[in-house]
Design a protein around this ligand. Structure first.
Ligand SMILES: C[S@@+](CC[C@H](N)C(=O)[O-])C[C@H]1O[C@@H](n2cnc3c(N)ncnc32)[C@H](O)[C@@H]1O
Length: 339
C-alpha cells in the first residue's frame, strides 16, 4: 500500500468524523482505490477482523459508538497486522450522511443491531425507512446490505422496511433465512445460537432505482466570533452561569458547564450541540481582550466544525451574556445571518 500521499492525520486506524472532509475520499484514507465494505456496530470486532482477513483487496470501515469497542478493535487489527481497516467512533447514520459520498459503499454489514423492543423506543432503531433511503443514496448499484438479528419482531420490522423501500431486492427468495452456514459469525451470534435462539439473516442487493438524496451535508461558514462590551468582569459573568438548553426545530444546544481558565483571561463553556446529522461536544470561549471588550468565540480544542449549529450556539451564548447587563452591546460579529 502506498501511504506517501495520505494526510498524516489519517494514517491512524481511528478517525474522527469532525476531522475528516465531508464527504471523504476513501482512497485518500486507505491509500488506494478499492471497494469499500462497512460494518456498523462491530462490537468486539471479531467479524470485522475476519472480514478484513478474507478481503485483503477491499477497504474495510468499522463504525461504532462504543469507545471501548473501538480500542479493542484497534488492538486486534494491530495484532493481526491488517492494513486495510479504519475505524470511526460515531453514529453510523452520521458517518454515512456526512462522510460517504453517493454510491461509495459496496457492502454494508449490520450484525445484531440493538432491537429496542419497547414501542416507546422504536424511534431509536437503526433500521427504518429513512436509514434505508440514506443507505440507498450511498450504496453502489448491486451493493449488498447484509443484516442479522436474533429478535423476531425486529426481523419482521426490518423485512417491512426493506420491502417498502423499493431500492433493494432480496437475494434469498424470501426476506430472510434462519440459517447461514457460510457466513462469518459474530460474538453476539455465537451466544444467541448457543442459547438456542433463532437468528434471522438478510441479504439484499441495491437495485437501479434512483433514491432521492435529501441528506444535505451541513454547510460550514468561517469560524464565528462576536465582540461585545459589557461592564461585568469574567468572575461576575461566571457566577451567573447556570446549565441551559437552547433549541430550534433542528438544533439543540446544551451548555453543560463553565470553567475559568487559569492561564488566560477567559471562560470556557462546555457545550453539546446536536444538529442533524451530527453531534459536537466543544468549548465556547469568552475571552477578555486588552481593549476591555470580550471576544466570544470557538475554542480550538478538538476539531470543532463551524456548522450552522455552532453559529447558533455562539448566538445563544452572546444573547445570554448580553442579557446579564442592560448596558451590554455587540460591537461586531461574524455569525451566519440565519441559523
Ligand atoms: C448488540 S451489539 C452487537 C455487536 C456485534 N455486532 C456482534 O454481533 O457481536 C450492537 C452494537 O451496535 C453498536 N451501535 C448501536 N447503535 C449504533 C450506531 N447508531 N452506530 C454505530 N454503532 C452502533 C453498539 O455500541 C453495540 O456495540
Amino acid at each position: 500500500m502506498n501511504s506517501s500521499n495520505i494526510d498524516s492525520r489519517f494514517l491512524s486506524q481511528s478517525l474522527s468524523i469532525t476531522a475528516l472532509p465531508w464527504p471523504t475520499d476513501w482512497s485518500d484514507i486507505f491509500g488506494r482505490e478499492a471497494a469499500l465494505l462497512v460494518e456498523v456496530g462491530f462490537g468486539d470486532s471479531r467479524f470485522l477482523v475476519e472480514l478484513a482477513q478474507h478481503n485483503p483487496d477491499k477497504n474495510i470501515l468499522g463504525l461504532e459508538i462504543s469507545l471501548p469497542s473501538l480500542r479493542k478493535g484497534e488492538r486486534k487489527v494491530k495484532r493481526a497486522g491488517l492494513t486495510n481497516v479504519r475505524f470511526i467512533q460515531a453514529r453510523a447514520q452520521a458517518v454515512l450522511w456526512t462522510l460517504c459520498g453517493p454510491k461509495c459503499i459496496n457492502a454494508l454489514f449490520i450484525n445484531f443491531p440493538d432491537p429496542w423492543p419497547k414501542p416507546a423506543h422504536y424511534r431509536r432503531r437503526l433500521i427504518n425507512d429513512r436509514f434505508l433511503q440514506l443507505v440507498a443514496t450511498r450504496m453502489s448499484t448491486e451493493g449488498m446490505i447484509d443484516i442479522a438479528t436474533d429478535h423476531f419482531e425486529y426481523a419482521e420490522w426490518i423485512s417491512s422496511c426493506l420491502e417498502r423501500s423499493s431500492y433493494f431486492n432480496s437475494c434469498l427468495g424470501s426476506p430472510y433465512i434462519t440459517s447461514d452456514d457460510d457466513r462469518l459469525r459474530t460474538k453476539y451470534e455465537e451466544k444467541a445460537l448457543a442459547e438456542g435462539r433463532t437468528c434471522y439473516y438478510f441479504k439484499w442487493q441495491r437495485n437501479r432505482r434512483r433514491a432521492p438524496d435529501d441528506f444535505f451535508i451541513p454547510q460550514e461558514s468561517p469560524m464565528p466570533h462576536v465582540v461585545i462590551q459589557i461592564p461585568l468582569s469574567l468572575a461576575e459573568i461566571s457566577q451567573r452561569f447556570r446549565p441551559n438548553v437552547f433549541s430550534t426545530e433542528k438544533t439543540s444546544v446544551n451548555m453543560i458547564d463553565l470553567y475559568q481558565s487559569i492561564g488566560r483571561d477567559s471562560l470556557v463553556v462546555d457545550t453539546y450541540i446536536s444538529e442533524e446529522p451530527i453531534e459536537q461536544r466543544l468549548l465556547l470561549a469568552i475571552t477578555r481582550r486588552e481593549t476591555g471588550d470580550y471576544l466570544i468565540h470557538l475554542h480550538e480544542v478538538g476539531f470543532p466544525r463551524p456548522t450552522p449549529g455552532v453559529h447558533y450556539a455562539l448566538q445563544c451564548l452572546t444573547s445570554w451574556v448580553c442579557n446579564l447587563h442592560e448596558d451590554a452591546n455587540v460591537i461586531s460579529q461574524s455569525l451566519r445571518k440565519r441559523v
